[in-house]
Design a binder for this molecule. Structure first.
Ligand code: ATP
Ligand code: MG
Length: 385
């Protein structure tokens, strides 16, 4: 596999060799000027989609975006778009840049390093400001830009320029119109930006995020955040929205996560972890509880506990306790359902499973030894009911 940058250079060279003007555009140019590693490299060209396809025959269309192709070069995937323009306008690199969101994202660079910067994006980078490309209706045109402005400002440690900031406040309510998938994608980037706890609190209490209808109900997330082992979550790549939706009511968590259109698996994992956290914080666990949770989940819980209690994760109180339990699986029980039937003859039925569960609990809690005779006696004397 080659680097994204080498792949981009290869694509620019190929397009130019066929006589098509081509540039790296958007975030990658901004990141190059900031000496940051770009998240992805986008290319823009005069070539039409058909022409791009004939130069890169294995390229594929991107979802609903008809002006963009995904081109694969030796394991790297890059997006290559044909110039966009407003209705009736001639598509050029300038028309394309005019449609972009912020001045720092509206620059292009060619293979020789010439920068096209019609909106003084380089100056904005020097001043460390986010400002919209041409004021006016920019947030109304596409309200995801509200969240992008906040996200990019936080990510780069830039401020939002005054006029843009006023526009943003006026338009905050428009975030309600944005599809959940797009909001989720932005939050995904916020997670990887590894903001600290204070920054996350600021972000979630801002107008834009507070206007997202299914998120942060009653601002209680901010309170939750203070209790939450945030650093742990980020370090372990548990998705950020787990934090966002953290609630003491797991039904509500599931609802919010589903609204965010996350996969069933992610919803399940997050709900589980969030329940576990609640338990870690609020209960002391019985041995039976440890048994039900199992070793893998306890390793996770142990880490959470050490964070909440602000101690080094050296001792493993829960795991030691778990390891010393008499059994770790119901298969290890000294008796079977068949034996229960022989000892207490009656019709087969649900009672067998119920009784086995009781035996299992009693054995785990050391109320009875895991031996046939001891279990039989306890059942006979109704110590286990
Ligand atoms: P990242 O570092 O997260 O990749 P980015 O600015 O590159 O940030 P992308 O989603 O990769 O974000 O978008 C690439 C470029 O496309 C942007 O830099 C910007 O020029 C343009 N762009 C993306 N989203 C919008 C939008 N909603 N409105 C206008 N232009 C946009
Ligand atoms: Mg990008």
């Amino acid at each position: 596999m080659i680097s994204n940058e080498s792949a981009a250079i290869h694509i620019l060279n190929s397009l130019e060799s066929y006589g098509f003007e081509a540039f790296i555009v958007g975030g990658a140019v901004r990141d190059k000027l900031l000496k940051r590693k770009p998240n992805d490299i986008d290319i823009c060209t005069k070539a039409s989609i058909k022409q791009i396809q004939s130069i890169f025959p294995s390229s594929i269309h991107v979802g609903s975006n008809h002006g963009t192709l995904i081109v694969k070069i030796k394991g790297c995937t890059l997006e290559v778009s044909t110039y966009r323009a407003r209705n009736g306008e001639k598509p050029t690199i300038y028309s394309d840049l005019s449609l972009r969101d912020f001045t720092i994202n509206a620059m292009a660079i060619d293979i020789r390093g010439n920068i096209i910067d019609p909106y003084d994006g380089q100056l904005a980078i020097k001043r460390k400001v986010i400002e919209v490309v041409q004021s006016g209706q920019r947030f109304i045109e596409d309200p995801i830009r509200l969240l992008r402005a906040i996200r990019i400002a936080k990510q780069l440690n830039f401020s939002i320029e005054n006029k843009t900031s006023a526009l943003l406040t006026d338009s905050a309510h428009l975030i309600k119109e944005v599809a959940a998938e797009r909001i989720t994608a932005e939050f995904q980037k916020i997670v990887t930006a590894v903001l600290n706890k204070k920054e996350v609190c600021e972000l979630v209490s801002g107008d834009v995020v507070q206007n997202i209808p299914f998120m942060f109900p009653e601002k209680k997330v901010i309170e939750s955040l203070k209790r939450y082992p945030y650093e742990f979550i980020v370090k372990h790549h548990v998705e950020w929205w787990m934090l966002a939706s953290f609630s003491y009511d797991s039904n509500e968590t599931v609802h919010i996560l589903s609204e965010l259109k996350l996969s069933k698996k992610v919803v399940k994992d997050i709900t589980f972890i969030s329940k576990l956290v609640i338990e870690v914080i609020s209960t002391s666990w019985s041995d039976y509880h440890l048994y039900l949770l199992g070793r893998e989940r306890l390793i996770f819980a142990e880490k959470l506990l050490s964070l909440i209690q602000m101690r080094e994760n050296k001792s493993s109180i829960l795991l030691d306790k778990y390891d010393s339990l008499p059994i770790h699986d119901n298969k290890e029980l000294a008796i079977t359902g068949q034996e229960l039937l022989e000892w207490f003859p009656q019709e087969r039925g649900k009672w067998i499973g119920d009784r086995l569960k009781k035996v299992e609990e009693a054995v785990v809690l050391n109320k009875v030894a895991n031996e046939k005779k001891a279990i039989f006696n306890s059942l006979k004397r109704e110590i286990i009911k």
